[in-house]
Design a binder for this molecule. Structure first.
Ligand code: FES
Ligand SMILES: [Fe+2]
Length: 439
């Protein structure tokens, strides 16, 4: 458990909050490209507590500016998308994608007042289905060579979903390898042939054992954490009765991202992005090493579970997450259906909007959570001391040298598992025909 003061320090994300300052040093997912695939590409974005509006101008370029008009505060989400910018419907002030006011049609002829009006704006970049914003000081950092950014657009599918809780508790579920044996337990195994686009439904590594069975039968993983240049690598070992060892490699990419295997074909890179301190979006990039991603199927699967335009899950605390006691008895550990996102959503929302960590009791399986908080505290201290030395990937390292990270499920020898998972991952990457996945 930690003090209330430390809990605030780690969770709050306003521009003056310690963790908020750290998060602002990194690119943040602001919207899906899908959201701008409409006739009038203007959408509200709330990010780290700031109300913004994202639009695509007639040059096809993106702008992310303050949502309130700097004249008298009217909502620019209702702006007129014209003249290569956004025009406030109240008095016609016109803003370009950098937030510069370029026209005030109601002011006297020849007025140059607009030259001094520049509203808040943030740099944005579109990458494989996600529009990223940089809200920090100075020049934005470069993107590392992670698989999700290196793979061509055909091999990456992006989606998001709303969770009604603080970003940190959302992220902490992703660095907790033990929960998969319980929270996501299926009491019956589905035919892995129907597993496309779903997590934990494939066969384990190169065996015929369904992942669901393996997780169920071996609920006490041996978990270790290695610090890396991007954050942490988590290794969860499950020693099987046949003398082999199941190895699951996942990653924490600082500050709020995880990278995990989904199936042998795909990995998931998932950000947990604060909307404000009590709400967050998960943004995921599903990257395929094999064939191009079947985006239509992936999108259909997920749109069945979410409503637009806010990507709120249809199951929520308002309908008890679809809890069915009969199902809990016979089919799933949670009784909340087969979609594991709902399980995670319940796990992260039910502790309350900002979990009171003065009441927690962390065990051995929470080792990565403990380590993560240490890294975040060091990052906070570093910024307080006026340096970014303590910020992973911003500490002077050339981020273009960072590849992967390896996210994989393998079954290897009890002694040789480390060599075996590396070899298994290398062969998957070598076989990738659609893009250069070698690390
Ligand atoms: S409030 Fe926007 S132009 Fe007046
Ligand atoms: Fe989970």
């Amino acid at each position: 458990m930690i003090s209330q003061e430390m809990n605030d320090k780690l969770t709050l994300t306003g521009p003056k909050d310690p963790a908020g300052k750290v998060l602002r040093r990194y690119w943040q997912p602001a919207a899906l490209s899908d959201e701008l695939q409409v006739k009038r590409p203007v959408v509200p974005v709330k990010l780290l507590g700031e109300d913004l509006v994202l639009f695509r101008d007639s040059d096809g370029e993106l702008g992310l500016i303050d949502r309130g008009c700097p004249h008298r505060g009217a909502d620019l989400c209702y702006g007129r998308l014209e003249d290569n910018g956004l025009r406030c419907p109240f008095h016609g002030w016109h803003f370009n994608r950098d937030g510069q006011c370029v026209e005030q049609p109601g002011e006297p002829e020849g007025s140059r007042m607009h030259e001094n009006i520049k509203t808040k704006s943030y740099p944005v970049v579109e990458k494989n289905g996600i529009i990223f914003a940089y809200m920090g000081p100075g020049e934005p950092p470069e993107f590392p060579n992670f698989d999700c950014f290196r793979a061509p657009e055909t091999h990456v599918f992006a989606f998001k979903g709303l969770w009604e809780c603080n970003w940190l508790q959302a992220m902490e579920v992703g660095i907790d390898p033990a929960h998969a044996s319980f929270l996501h337990r299926f009491l019956q195994d589905e035919d892995p042939a129907d597993s496309y686009g779903k997590q934990f439904r494939d066969k384990a590594a190169d065996t015929d054992i369904p992942m669901t069975k393996l997780l169920r039968d071996y609920p006490r993983p041996e978990i270790s954490v290695e610090e890396t240049e991007y954050g942490m690598r988590l290794i969860a070992l499950r020693h099987l009765d046949n003398g082999k060892t199941h190895v699951r490699i996942t990653n924490q990419i600082f500050p709020e991202t995880i990278s995990i295997p989904m199936s042998r074909e795909m990995i998931i890179t998932q950000w947990h992005v604060p909307i404000d301190d009590k709400h967050c979006y998960w943004y995921a990039m599903f990257t395929s090493f094999d064939k191009p991603v079947n985006k239509q199927l992936m999108r259909e699967q997920r749109l069945k579970e979410h409503r637009l335009p806010d990507y709120a899950p249809l199951k929520s605390k308002r309908n008890g997450y679809g809890f069915n006691p009969q199902e809990q008895e016979n089919e799933t550990y949670t009784g909340m259906g087969l979609d594991i996102n709902v399980h995670d959503q319940w796990a992260v929302e039910s502790p309350g909007p900002i979990f009171d960590r003065t009441k927690e009791h962390l065990g051995k399986t929470d080792v990565a959570i403990i380590k993560y908080r240490r890294i975040m505290r060091a990052a906070i201290d570093s910024l307080d001391a006026g340096t970014s030395d303590g910020l992973p990937m911003l500490n002077g390292i050339d981020v273009k040298t960072i590849y992967g990270p390896i996210s994989n499920d393998t079954i290897g020898g009890r002694e040789s598992w480390r060599h075996d998972f590396e070899e298994n991952d290398a062969s998957r990457r070598a076989a990738c025909a659609g893009w250069d996945a070698k690390v």
